[in-house]
Design a protein. Structure first.
Length: 121
């Protein structure tokens, strides 16, 4: 279940027609996945049917964080990332460093991040 609706994403980007709905939904799914991976916890609302599972190493996989209600700043980060994907879908870089996400997205996500690359793990 997406934390950002297609209609909200389209309103954020000021899109009125239906021509790009499938593309925008793909960007919503990708943005939520990217943000969940970045902070180290899937962006999901509590699932009462969740069952404990184990990874390949035998360690239990923690349940998704219970963001219910979803914090507004995380919704905004998804909207910013969707807009970034939509606007930059045709950009080609020649010898330039491209950002993976806009600064506003990473600055919001950093406050929710569970692990950093320098944590020694």
């Amino acid at each position: 279940m997406s934390i950002v609706s297609l209609n909200l994403a389209k309103a954020h980007m000021k899109l009125d027609d239906y021509a790009d709905d499938e593309l925008v939904q793909l960007y919503i799914d990708a943005a939520e996945s990217w943000l969940g991976n970045y902070i180290g916890n899937p962006l999901s609302i509590y699932d009462p049917d969740w069952k404990i599972t184990y990874g390949e190493d035998g360690e239990p996989i923690p349940p998704p964080a219970d963001y219910n209600p979803m914090p507004a700043d995380l919704k905004l980060a998804v909207l910013k990332l969707v807009s970034f994907y939509f606007q930059c879908r045709n950009i080609v870089s020649f010898g330039l460093s491209m950002q993976l996400a806009p600064q506003g997205v990473t600055s919001i996500a950093d406050s929710y991040r569970e692990r950093w690359f320098t944590d020694g793990v």
